[in-house]
Design a protein around this ligand. Structure first.
Ligand SMILES: [Fe+2]
Length: 313
C-alpha cells in the first residue's frame, strides 16, 4: 500500500473502489496534505481568479445548524478575501468552484481523476461529464448543513479534522421519492434532515491524508473540529440521465394526482418516462420554476405563521 501511495495522489483498495463506486461511501487515502497549492496565501490568490464569475464563489459566516436549509445563509458582512484571511475565527464556510480554471489546479484535478479512472476499471471519459475541482475552507466548529448532490464525488481532506455523516441514498426512510423528484427538477433544498434517521448514517472521521467517496444523491452533513479545515472535492456527473429523468417525470405525474412508480420498478414505464422527458413532453424548466415559487410561498407562509405566533405568544 505504501509503495502505491507514493506513486499516486489518491488510493483505495481496488475491489472496494470498483464494488462501491456510486453505491456506498468508503474511505480512501491521498498524498496531497502539505501541498503548496493549499497554502492560505495561494488560495486567496486563486479566489481572485475564481470570483470573476460570482457563481463560482459561495461563502458565508455565521451560525448554521445541520437542519438548516441549503439556501439559508447569514448575511455577508465581509469580503471574500477578508473571510478567507480570518477563517480561523470567522465562523465561515467558503467554496471556490471551478478551481481548474487555474492551470496548476487543473493539473492536480486531472492527476486525481486519472487515479479514479484507473481504480474504477472503467472508461470514465465516456460515461462522465463536467469534471470539476472545488475547494472548501471551513472555520473551527462550523457545520455544513444536510444536503445531497447531483455529482459523484471524492472529498480529500487536506488540512484539519472533521466528521462527515453520509446516508444511504436508497433508504426511503432517509430520502423519500418526493424529495428525489423535487431535487431532480432543480430544488437543491429538497433533502430534509430527519433526526430520527441520524443513527443510520455512515460516520467517517476525516483527517489530512484521508478522503471519502460520496455517491450521487447520498445525503450528507459535516461537523468541523475546533480547527480550520481545507478540503478538495473532485466532482463529476454521469452522462446517463435515465434515472433522473424518471424522477422528473414522476414529479410531473404526482402533480397530476397520479402515484408514480419509482425508477427501477418497471423497465417499460421508465423507458416511456425517459422518452417523454427527452422529447420535451414534460415541462421540466417550468416545473422547476413552479417548484421554486412553491417553496417561496411555503416559506413565506411559515414566516407569517411564526410571526403571528410570536405576536400572540
Ligand atoms: Fe456535498
Amino acid at each position: 500500500m505504501q509503495d502505491q501511495q507514493t506513486l499516486t495522489s489518491l488510493w483505495a483498495d481496488e475491489s472496494v473502489f470498483r464494488g462501491n463506486l456510486d453505491r456506498t461511501p468508503f474511505l480512501l487515502a491521498h498524498s496531497l496534505s502539505g501541498h503548496p497549492l493549499f497554502e492560505l496565501s495561494r488560495l486567496v490568490q486563486l479566489a481572485q481568479l475564481v470570483k470573476r464569475n460570482s457563481n463560482n464563489v459561495v461563502y458565508d459566516a455565521g451560525d448554521i445548524r445541520v437542519e438548516d436549509r441549503w439556501n439559508r445563509r447569514p448575511p455577508k458582512q465581509h469580503s471574500l478575501e477578508e473571510v478567507m484571511e480570518r477563517v480561523d475565527r470567522a465562523g465561515a464556510w467558503v467554496i471556490l468552484k471551478h478551481t481548474e480554471q487555474d492551470p496548476e489546479y487543473k493539473t492536480l484535478m486531472e492527476t486525481i481523476m486519472s487515479d479514479i479512472q484507473s481504480m474504477s476499471g472503467r472508461d470514465l471519459g465516456k460515461t462522465t461529464r463536467n469534471l470539476e475541482a472545488q475547494i472548501m475552507l471551513t472555520s473551527p466548529g462550523r457545520v455544513t448543513p444536510y444536503h445531497l448532490d447531483n455529482e459523484c464525488n471524492v472529498l480529500l481532506q487536506i488540512k484539519g479534522e472533521k466528521d462527515i455523516f453520509i446516508f444511504d441514498q436508497t433508504d426511503r426512510e432517509v430520502l423519500t421519492e418526493t424529495e428525489l423528484e423535487r431535487f431532480w427538477i432543480g430544488d437543491w433544498n429538497a433533502g430534509e434532515y430527519k433526526m430520527r434517521a441520524q443513527d443510520k448514517a455512515h460516520a467517517f472521521r476525516l483527517a489530512p491524508g484521508r478522503a471519502v467517496h460520496i455517491p450521487v444523491n447520498a445525503p450528507h452533513w459535516v461537523r468541523n473540529d475546533a480547527n480550520v479545515s481545507i478540503s478538495l472535492s473532485i466532482n463529476f456527473e454521469w452522462k446517463d440521465e435515465s434515472i433522473p429523468n424518471v424522477y422528473r417525470a414522476n414529479f410531473f405525474l404526482r402533480k397530476l394526482g397520479i402515484k408514480p412508480k419509482p425508477p427501477g420498478q418497471s423497465g417499460f414505464s421508465d423507458k416511456i418516462k425517459g422518452v417523454a422527458i427527452a422529447a420535451g413532453f414534460v415541462p421540466v424548466r417550468a416545473m422547476a420554476r413552479g417548484s421554486v415559487r412553491l417553496v417561496r410561498r411555503v416559506r413565506r407562509a411559515g414566516l407569517k405563521k411564526s410571526t403571528n405566533q410570536a405576536a400572540t405568544a
